[in-house]
Design a protein around this ligand. Structure first.
Ligand code: GLA
Length: 385
């Protein structure tokens, strides 16, 4: 689906429901994380970009205080009185949408009822932040419908809070801030402690390269176990090391820190510390326009996530290995892991070879065929009409 056909679809569905045109149409994208995985809940550095897959929403105010959300991907609309929302009052896909309205009210914003019709093409469970796209699209629509004009950073933080406190997924801040603040042709270097953002040039085409996304179609469900486990391990390690967050462990201090931790938590900490250093290195290369040079750092990140942090999956490892064998300059899993997607940085003339190599590796192992597409650095949440 293209952005234009998504807009046409939500406007038509809105008209059918309400009998007239929507007051506006907005969208918010998913993201690919170039590097900096599992660092965001350790006050560390991340370097994601918004992609050209998104949730598009047509909306208008309702004066009865009811928020009704229809998704073209779901059978039934969800209806809730905004003033009565509380964590747990709505579950499933719609929790990500109404959770944002709940957070906005909790933070003192005068948000009332609305009719929203959504269409998304970020594959759910693909590790490309379909949930952040959903949250941020609803956030910008409600913000605009109620004339709030909040800064994009604030909207991103509200979306994260919706996911933490309404949905119950203890995610960091990366996905929602990328969906809110991303920019076309840019990667977003984010210090998750200060929330300072630097938009760095990321134009693979200009360098004769492509960034491929390989969706393994192994769905990850994040609200359960392993993500929260990793987060807890990091927090207890930071406490045992006497630092505010693992961000504060330096590469020079790593050996000493490891000597004070058990083996498993030591590996978790080593991943975080070295991953933060890799993000800084990749950011420095992008600032200089040396995108072709970042490949080995991407691949090192994957090895660390696979061996030290243990959040990869056989399909992700197969995708990375096959992409590298097919001529990619670097490859890694992206997002939380446990399934989802990998990315590969590929010379334009090797794309077919890489896609074929990955397809063959999956077929040989009896995995479901992956879906491969180009990830294009795109704009964050915005009004379309
Ligand atoms: C998920 C979370 C993010 C981040 C990544 C791992 O996408 O939502 O906050 O922790 O996993 O880097």
């Amino acid at each position: 689906m293209t952005l234009v056909s998504q807009q046409d679809a939500v406007v038509a569905a809105y008209r059918e429901r309400v009998g007239h045109a929507p007051a506006g149409v907005w969208c918010a994208p998913g993201r690919v994380n170039l590097i900096g995985e599992h660092t965001d809940y350790n006050d560390g550095f991340v370097l994601p970009f918004a992609i050209d897959k998104q949730v598009v929403v047509a909306g208008g105010r309702r004066d009865d205080g009811v928020l009704r959300v229809t998704s073209l991907q779901e059978d039934e609309p969800v209806e809730a009185a905004v003033a009565e929302l509380a964590p747990g009052s709505v579950d499933g896909w719609a929790a990500y949408a109404v959770g944002v309205a709940w957070v906005m009210r909790e933070s003192g914003q005068r948000v009332g009822g609305a009719e929203l019709v959504l269409d998304g093409d970020v594959p759910p469970g693909s590790g490309l932040s379909s949930s952040a796209a959903l949250e941020c699209s609803v956030g910008i629509a409600l913000d605009d419908l109620y004339g709030l004009s909040q800064p994009a950073l604030e909207r991103g933080l509200q979306a994260q809070r919706a996911e933490n406190d309404y949905v119950g997924m203890p995610c960091g801040v990366m996905d929602q801030l990328t969906s809110a603040l991303g920019a076309a042709g840019r990667a977003m270097f984010l210090d998750t402690r200060s929330l300072e953002v630097e938009l760095l040039p990321l134009d693979p085409h200009a360098a004769g390269l492509r960034l491929l996304t390989i969706d393994t179609r192994v769905k990850h469900a994040l609200t359960d176990g392993p993500y929260a486990d990793r987060r807890r391990a990091c927090e207890t390690a930071a406490a045992d090391l006497g630092v505010r967050a693992l961000r504060d462990v330096t590469t020079d201090g790593l050996d000493e820190a490891l000597s004070r931790l058990d083996e498993e938590r030591g590996r978790r900490v080593r991943h975080i510390v070295l991953e933060n250093a890799r993000v800084l290195d990749v950011a420095a290369l992008l600032r200089r326009g040396d995108i072709a040079e970042i490949g080995p750092l991407l691949t090192a990140s994957h090895a660390s996530l696979r061996d030290d942090y243990e959040v990869s999956a056989p399909e992700l490892d197969a995708a990375v290995d096959a992409a590298l064998a097919g001529g990619a300059l670097g490859a890694r899993m992206t997002g939380a892991g446990f399934g989802g997607s990998a990315i590969a940085l590929v010379p334009a003339d090797r794309v077919d070879e890489v896609v074929a190599a990955v397809g063959k590796a999956f077929a040989d192992r009896g995995f479901r065929p992956p879906v491969t597409f180009e990830a294009v650095p795109s704009d964050g949440a915005r009004r379309l009409r």
